[in-house]
Design a protein around this ligand. Sequence first.
Ligand SMILES: [Zn+2]
Length: 478
Amino acid sequence: MNQPERELLTGPGPLLLVPDVVLLPEGPVDDLAVVIDDGCFEAVGPADELERAHPRSRAVRLPGRLLMPGFVDAHHHLTQSFGAALAFGEPSEIFRRVWVPLEGALDEESAYTAAKLAALEALRGGFTTVADAGTRAGVDVDVVASAARDAGIRCVLGLVCDDANDANDEKSGGGAPAEDPAVLRSAEKHLARYAGDPLVHASLALSIPEAATERTLRATARLAAESGAVVQIHVNEHLAGVERSLVRHGLRPLEHLHRIGALGPQLLAAHAALLTPHELTLLADTGTAVSYNPVASAWKGNAVAPATAMAERGIRFGLGTDGTRGDGFRLAEAAEFAQRLAYGLSTGDSSCGAGWTWLETATRGGADAVGLGARTGTVARGLAADFLLVDIGTPELALSWDLPWELVRRGNRDQITAVFVAGRLRVWHGRPADWDGAALVRRAAELARATVGKADITRAHRTSTEARALRRARGAAR
Ligand SMILES: [Zn+2]
């Protein structure tokens, strides 16, 4: 909108925002205001009361705007942003052929740039928090922390603790690997490294259960639980992974983790798409959290996580992009859409979570799943002021009958006016508020060409245009 509004939003001191609507956990509420001070919501309450109680706050009226919690991306790989489309059309387990070689070709500058590019895309899409599942680039993970901080996004930062080097190597056949005590020392260091950081929150990560020794799986679970952090592990994503686990351990990945004591509230299980009824019970009984990644399922998965059933069973879960694309509204919509197609159509469930489920798991549920439920995900007193101002005067949203569900089905990032993280304006109409986004994108495009050029990437699928030419050539030959 107009420039003065932006200036009002970026001035010093406490801020009193008076939008048309505030999205609270119980639903949208009119005539509310919020007071923001020192990065947090200091008060949330009736606008007239707060204006009287906070006369010295800078009051900004926001007609036609909704104030809602920022989205939480519960599963991302920030340093894979140079290659999103390289995975299109590929069969499962792309990490072997695309991601590991791509991340291996990153140096410090390109890893930083890739992570900052991903953070910018996320912020533009309304994500105020991303959980990074740990880079495999050969750089200090602090490079990713700096990129997140410089972009202005909250980041749950995974440190990869893999210590079984057979994880990516079929040939070794899964023989018992030697555990590596250095891995646990670096895990402990990493967990202490970001204490008190306003935006970066340490986490541990294991690529897949087979990537770590049982001792490390147990120890990382204990270390994370003790420090209130999460351990991120890709589990039950692909049939190949489930079958590998069955052959090695006689147990499916989640059952295997349960046997060795690695399930629990500290675990953030990425994907969990292939779940038996028994595994649903394990998740529910142990308080384990899941990242439901519907776009990743559509693009490269073998199944859609039974998220409506998970919600019914009280299983903790958030939504993750897995680096596919960074639009919080489209992610929430994909979450609902995938449930409808995979489960709702065959059972006649036309509600499939009644809209609110997907908005809630995209915000509060995600914050809880990544271990930040007491810090972000909700517009509430004392929590970090991580929020969006959404234009609800657009043709898509103005004639409103059911705003939460409309946000899920008709919203997208174009309607986001402003993104705040820790009380600071970070993105204004899709552009970074206080740094040069266009320059970053230009540099990323240069570095991406160079990085992909030298990475030993094997693709099974052609580009869209090549695939079309091939089909036409086949047609001509008939
Ligand atoms: Zn992933």
